[in-house]
Ligand binder design. Structure first.
Ligand SMILES: [Fe+2]
Ligand SMILES: [Fe+2]
Length: 138
């Protein structure tokens, strides 16, 4: 999956966000690859954990940036992040319980839809704000 897919243009022209999003999409692609290759559940689990870690780290970076830049929509944006983390945690629990029935399609569909939707709405709004306050290149 590239950054410009049928899901729309995901480039925001804020370097740390674009870099993180690309890493998340690459990791998502790695998860798709490993789960469609008939790999062991443990390998799929590892790819999933990588993606979760990248996603959590990215959310923290974005939220820190919002606080530093006095973003008025911080709480709303953070709640979107929290909602995804909750959904991912529920999936992770199922992965741990049902090691032989990894819902990788479900994970991938959830993340692909959520990530592209969130980037194109909430993240795009934040990128616009950063440009308005002259902080998009920091
Ligand atoms: Fe983001
Ligand atoms: Fe975000």
């Amino acid at each position: 999956m590239t950054m410009e897919t049928s899901q729309g243009n995901l480039i925001l022209n804020v370097k740390f966000m674009d870099d993180d999003h690309k890493a998340m999409l690459d990791s998502l692609n790695a998860l798709v690859a490993v789960s469609s290759s008939g790999a062991e559940a443990v390998a799929i689990n590892e790819a999933f954990v990588d993606l979760v870690n990248l996603t959590c780290a990215h959310f923290e970076r974005e939220e820190m940036s919002m606080l530093e830049n006095g973003y008025p929509e911080y709480a709303q944006h953070k709640s979107e992040h929290s909602a995804l983390i909750e959904q991912i945690s529920a999936l992770a629990q199922r992965l741990n319980v049902e090691t032989n029935s990894v819902p990788s399609d479900e994970v991938v569909a959830l993340l692909t839809n959520w990530v592209s939707q969130h980037i194109q709405t909430a993240d795009r709004a934040y990128a616009r704000y950063l440009r308005e306050v002259g902080a998009a290149n920091r």
